[in-house]
Design a protein around this ligand. Structure first.
Ligand SMILES: [Fe+2]
Length: 571
């Protein structure tokens, strides 16, 4: 059975994506942003991503048995006050226009509830027969947090929280409130480590009634409104709350941050004490709230396994706290936990509903396009770029890294999800503190933001406290005190790091590179961050990588076995 999973819409949507599931196996996935080269690809259809997935399997739309969609379109339209006459053929023609996708028979289309699709993406890729299921995002159709069971291949929810209790929107509201964009949740997660976690008390709103109702509604008067009104009121409501509780710090803080951006540029802006403390207090509240939800889940399901998805599942500090709490023995988080992942979840849900099978554990997420040596060589020759073709590329690259070069590492199939996992990565030596600033400057990121390490599988315990292997870079852990000085470029200000464990099975070439670096330096780690410029999505093609290389301070670019170096005089 061949299923094409989709997510994305022309208005008010983000992170469109497509995947292909053949007989239950996830064989391709990509986000549309990688092709259209706009981060999050707002208001785009997943056209390029779907075309890629079909080409990867060398099939046409006529060969697809079922198209799935990670939102219940009818329910969502109804909530927006639109009476949707659901014409599947028209809907499909909008998503996959016939002028690009020639097909003779219209495949069936199945709409899956958004949170069920999130849940399916993580449960069916966990390998667990039974697991507690936690989904937290801005909102699905009319819910924002779902608690459930996954058992013997079936998922059910026992508690769902409405949109006005949304933890995702709380994050968005706070982002805006302290002067960031609504999509900067990752930034304030990083900023939280600098602040006073006890300065502001959000707990009276959220924790008191958690498990039954989070009790946010009483602060907002939002009954009988459409979904988009809910969102606006939600953010307005939080702002109002902050303004009354936190006095008048809002306007000067927002103004100075934006003004400094304009005058100094992004990497020189220093956040205020107020911004740091709000971020830290929010992080503490969200951590406590989610730990509480986990305790409810454990009690109710009695499972020792937890699977998590939804945009809030990308909060590594929260995930680290869940692991530290030992409420669950095993935790799995689908790496594309954001909305792109519902393309996968919808397809897996449809398959498993029919087959009744338990899903298989995934050990990697390299599901995007790969490029041959021939394609890379052709680009380099056509662009008159001097290159070297190196046989033992891992050894040579490890040497360059140990000598201080910052390297663009472009290999094999592109990763899905927001974290680069060693196929479209910028790499540097973690022992050199200055690499933190150097890499942040290359990426146009603020200097206070942390960078993460990749570590050879099996070495986690030598560098991190209570560390279990973490293949998708989604959990923060404490760095061992005797190692803080050894890898300063990848330790955050609070002494934590967000490591990716690299096994031979998951990524042989990247494993070999780490091994070669370890041979030279006796350090089995590399600084690893996604290969993209300021505000851009991760690179997809060799052309994207070459453009990035020549427009930033990268020293070398390694694509398959080709190395390009910049010839310049070091000052
Ligand atoms: Fe979502």
């Amino acid at each position: 059975m061949t299923i094409l999973g989709l997510h994305g819409w022309r208005e008010m949507e983000h992170d469109p994506a497509a995947c292909l599931v053949v007989d239950g196996k996830l064989i391709a996935m990509a986000e549309e942003e990688r092709f259209v080269r706009r981060k999050h690809a707002f208001d785009c259809l997943p056209t390029n991503a779907a075309a890629y997935c079909l080409s990867q399997a060398n099939i046409l739309l006529d060969d697809v048995d079922l198209v799935t969609y990670g939102l219940n379109y009818k329910k969502a339209s109804h909530l927006c006050g639109v009476v949707a006459k659901l014409d599947c053929e028209k809907f499909l023609d909008m998503l996959l226009p016939r002028k690009y996708f020639k097909y003779n028979k219209t495949p069936k289309i199945q709409f899956i509830d958004h949170h069920m699709a999130h849940a399916a993406s993580t449960y069916y890729t966990s390998g667990f027969k039974d697991a507690a299921v936690l989904v937290i995002d801005g909102q699905g159709e009319n819910v924002s947090t779902s608690l459930g069971y996954g058992r013997n291949g079936q998922i059910s929810f026992f508690k769902q929280f409405p949109v006005y209790d949304s933890i995702g929107y709380l994050y968005e509201a706070v982002c805006q409130y302290i002067g960031f964009s609504v999509h900067d949740a990752g930034k304030i997660m990083g900023l939280a480590a600098y602040g006073d976690r006890d300065r502001y008390n959000f707990n009276s709103i959220t924790l008191d009634h958690c498990g039954y109702s989070m009790g946010i509604k009483k602060y907002l008067n939002i009954d009988n409104q459409t979904t988009s009104d809910w969102q606006r009121t939600m953010i307005y409501g939080w702002k109002k709350y902050f303004s009354s509780e936190l006095k008048w710090q809002y306007i000067p803080s927002l103004y100075s941050y934006k003004q400094n951006h304009a005058i100094l540029g992004r990497d020189e802006v220093i956040p205020s004490r107020f911004q740091k403390d709000v971020a830290a207090s929010l992080q503490k509240t969200v951590e406590r709230l989610i730990i509480h939800l986990c305790a409810v889940l454990r009690k109710k399901t009695r499972s020792k396994n937890l699977v998590i998805s939804g945009g809030v599942a990308l909060n590594c500090s929260v995930n680290g706290k869940i692991a530290d709490s030992s409420i669950f023995e095993n935790i799995h988080i689908f790496p594309a936990a954001n909305d792109a992942g519902v393309a996968v979840g919808s397809a897996l849900y449809a398959y498993h509903q029919k087959s009744g099978a338990v899903g298989e554990k995934i050990d990697n997420i390299y599901l995007g396009p790969a490029f041959t040596d021939e394609q890379i060589k052709r680009l380099l020759c056509r662009s008159k770029i001097k290159y070297e073709l190196v046989k033992d590329i891992e050894k040579e690259t490890a040497k360059l890294l140990s000598e201080g070069c910052v390297v663009g590492w472009f290999q094999g199939r592109m990763e899905a999800g927001p974290r680069a996992l060693g196929n479209r990565s910028i790499l540097a030596d973690p022992r050199k503190k200055e690499n933190h600033e150097k890499v942040n400057r290359i990426k146009g990121r603020e200097n206070w933001r942390p960078l993460s390490p990749s570590i050879l599988y099996g070495y986690e315990g030598s560098y991190f406290e209570n560390a279990k292997p973490s293949p998708f870079m989604l959990k923060s852990v404490k760095v061992r005190s005797d190692k803080l000085e050894k890898i300063p470029a990848v330790v955050h200000v609070d002494g934590t790091a967000r490591p990716q464990s690299v096994s031979q099975k998951a990524n042989l070439r990247y494993y070999n590179l780490l091994s070669e670096f370890n041979k030279i330096t006796k350090v089995p780690l590399l600084l690893n961050t996604s290969m993209n410029g300021p505000g851009e999505p991760i690179v997809c093609s060799p052309m994207d990588a070459v453009r990035l290389f020549y427009s930033t301070g990268l020293d070398c670019l390694v694509m398959n076995n080709y190395i390009i170096k910049k010839e310049y005089e070091k000052k």
